[in-house]
Design a protein around this ligand. Sequence first.
Ligand code: FAD
Length: 397
Amino acid sequence: MREESEGELKRVVIIGGGPAGLMAATQLLKSDCEIILLDQKASVGRKFLVAGDGGFNLTHSENKLELMEKYDSDWMKQAVRTFPNKDFIKFLKQIGIETKVGSSGKIFPEDEIKPIQVLNAWKQHLEGRVQFQLNCRFVNFEGNELIFERDGKTEKMSFDYLVLAMGGKSWPVTGSDGAWTQLFEQKGIALTPFQASNSGLVLYENWLGDLEGKILKNIRTSCGNQSCAGDLVCTNYGLEGKPAYAINGALRKMEKPLFKVDLKPQMPLQKVFEVLKKAKNPSQGLKELKLGEVAVFWIKNFVSKQRFLDPKELAKAIKEFPIGIKGFRPIEEVISCAGGVSGAEISESGELNKFPNVFVAGEMIDWDAPTGGYLIQGCVSSGFVVGKAIKLSMINE
Ligand SMILES: Cc1cc2nc3c(=O)[nH]c(=O)nc-3n(C[C@H](O)[C@H](O)[C@H](O)COP(=O)(O)OP(=O)(O)OC[C@H]3O[C@@H](n4cnc5c(N)ncnc54)[C@H](O)[C@@H]3O)c2cc1C
């Protein structure tokens, strides 16, 4: 049933035109093979563009070891070691995209470069060599045959290598709907259930007050071994912002999720105590500490009267303010998801142990990382590893 490929050329089919699939294709450009990229949407890179609507952190400028530490999976740490931020930045430069380092160390495209220009430059780099087949929905693979739907009809296509880079489950409107998980379960491939990651935190109603839109500035959240400084934004359901996203992993592990906020991280406990002790009353002390409206509301509503009146206890409460959460935002709304294909199911090169010549890359794999460029970096690193492995396999055959 092979729809003949040109001569003896090997055919690599990539499913999914997100950063992982695009980078896998990029690695194969110089190989003597046919490259076909299928996507169920009418255009590729839709989530990449959504990411561009926000900060569009393409990667982070940290050194390799610091970068690797941001990933919770050994597989992804190795992928990032193989293709780190510097290599991605070099690739972007090669396709005409200059980058800059933001004050927080995140890497952005230069000011005048829009996300669509980054995507177009990447597509142009691939065009001519990669056959893009859009509006094609992958359904299954059997042996070396791929089954997909186009215009409501089922079609088949043979492959020598198959790369599955269909993304996670957040923002399904961009095409990554997680529907592939059913097929993987049927095929006996172990998956970790998807969970919201880099998600806002949903608080109990009594914590919300009239705080919507207010910002809790310069605080530090901590939970387990995760901690992050920055600003939290109050919404009508809870909290958004990097210090909320960064502790998702530790919160997910807790039966009754609870985190702590240091409401005055710039000042040590002893100094906070001294300011409170000198003040004529606790409310005046809070003013002198320049705590904002949200912090004062929470302290006044959730610290017992006895602790409030004792400067030592109040200082402790300010430095380690505990907040229990009701949960996370629905997976459809969040930036990324944890979960996916278990690391035990894939080789070092991302090949499925049970299905030789079938590889997975990007958010389909079970790994988690904070926002700030680490997500796109993880996706391109995994795409690189998979593309390189296929390239080597073709040379060695
Ligand atoms: C709001 C938001 C902001 C973000 N901001 C950032 C940021 O600033 N920095 C950062 O590093 N990351 C950011 N991210 C995360 C980043 O965009 C993702 O981690 C990344 O796009 C995932 O890449 P991927 O290649 O694994 O999958 P995706 O980009 O999700 O691509 C998967 C592709 O597979 C296709 N597909 C799925 N199923 C099928 C099927 N059955 N048949 C055919 N095609 C299929 C989809 O149509 C899609 O094109 C953000 C994400 C969101 C939602």
